[in-house]
Ligand binder design. Structure first.
Ligand SMILES: C[S@@+](CC[C@H](N)C(=O)[O-])C[C@H]1O[C@@H](n2cnc3c(N)ncnc32)[C@H](O)[C@@H]1O
Length: 356
């Protein structure tokens, strides 16, 4: 292995669950040994691996079923040179006296995820981000908005206990108790401080790799294009569960923001955390037939899968399925500890399965 390949690789920071950011250097050392030009990051999430592919000079198609994640892809993978400047940030945070601002979050999510004044600010910011169209158009507008949403989403995650929206638990943040977890200082830090900090960080990651990278926002089974290599990091299914992790459930609030105009009519009000009602996802049950269908669909490409050794189906099963379509299948693994998991460090390994 060349010395250069061993260097630590930095992907943009994120608190997204299941992000591969902590293992990009390990993955890079494996991926550089494969020959490919075009690549699909099919379950793109926080974009760490899509960004790695971009940095490797590949032509990247980033996909994720969540619209909120597609903004990350547009901001950091498709975008070649657009950044948010100080004036843009002031526009996003300032109240224009001539405007009337909607109050959807203030009204529907009162006392659920953020403080009252933060809800008012979120309603205002969303309108202002959409109104960047008063200042820009075309691709510049597309990238400015995506960066603004990406900064906003990362700020929202930073301010949430567990960085999720799975429970109505604002009280974890506001109650006056001694805490054994979490970071009240970060939760209470103003949105604007988070946003500016993230903008400074992500601006450094905007670059042109000389390729026309693109972003898709669809269910994996709707993609019919051809790629030299496809990378699958699907929602993980633990052995004791019959369903994989439900990302739409964990990040529904961000999907609501991305569907602001129809959000109010798509809320499940029967549940206390009021989730945004998400469309059907094929990666829900029967993962054995899902993996099989996926490998058949992309059998012309080099296939790379990331999975956990404690997951369902087992690594042996996934390898067996891949061997139906690929001559050579190899696996590599490293120890991996999941944050916020009580079994941390007890035999968990992250596995990569490569079919050529
Ligand atoms: C384990 S995460 C991927 C993490 C990503 N590799 C990263 O480093 O951040 C799985 C992702 O798959 C997406 N997803 C779930 N079902 C999907 C489907 N049917 N088609 C496409 N994406 C899907 C989820 O929204 C989630 O972001």
């Amino acid at each position: 292995m060349k010395k250069k390949d061993n260097e630590r690789f930095d992907a943009p920071s994120t608190r997204y669950q299941g992000s591969k950011r902590r293992m990009v250097s390990w993955l890079k050392n494996i991926l550089v040994t494969l020959e490919f030009e075009t690549v699909l990051d099919a379950f793109g999430g926080s974009g760490s691996i899509g960004f790695l592919f971009k940095s490797m000079g590949k032509e990247v198609s980033f996909n994720d079923i969540l619209k909120s994640n597609s903004q990350t892809g547009i901001a950091l993978i498709e975008n070649k040179n657009v950044k948010l400047n100080v004036k843009d940030i002031e526009f996003i945070f300032n109240e224009r006296k001539t405007e009337s601002y909607p109050k959807l979050i203030s009204k529907m999510y009162n006392g659920i995820y953020f403080l009252d004044e933060e809800n008012i600010l979120l309603d205002k910011m969303i309108k202002n981000i959409e109104d960047l169209s008063l200042l820009y158009n075309g691709k510049t507008l597309r990238y400015k908005k995506a960066l603004a949403y990406h900064n906003l989403f990362q700020s929202c995650l930073s301010k949430r206990p567990f960085n999720l929206f799975h429970r109505k638990n604002l009280n974890l943040r506001t109650s006056n108790v001694k805490r054994s977890f979490g970071n009240k200082k970060t939760w209470d830090k103003p949105f604007k401080d988070h946003f500016i900090k993230f903008n400074k960080e992500y601006s450094k990651f905007v670059f042109d790799n000389g390729k026309n990278n693109m972003v898709l926002n669809t269910d994996i089974f709707n993609i019919n294009d051809k790629f030299d290599l496809v990378y699958f990091d699907p929602p993980y299914c633990r052995k004791d569960s019959c369903h994989p992790q439900n990302y739409a459930e964990m990040y529904h609030f961000l999907e609501g923001i991305m569907n602001y105009n129809t959000w109010e009519h798509n809320i499940d009000n029967s549940r206390v955390n009021k989730p945004f009602i998400f469309k059907k996802n094929t990666w829900d049950c029967n993962l054995i037939s899902n993996f099989d269908n996926l490998f058949r669909k992309f059998s012309d490409s080099t296939i790379v899968v990331s999975y956990g050794n404690k997951g369902k189906p087992t690594i042996q099963t996934i390898v067996k399925l891949m061997k139906k379509y690929k001559k050579t299948v190899i696996t590599k693994s490293i120890p991996y500890s999941y944050k916020l998991n009580r079994n941390n460090g007890k035999g968990y390994r992250e596995v990569i399965i490569i079919g050529k």
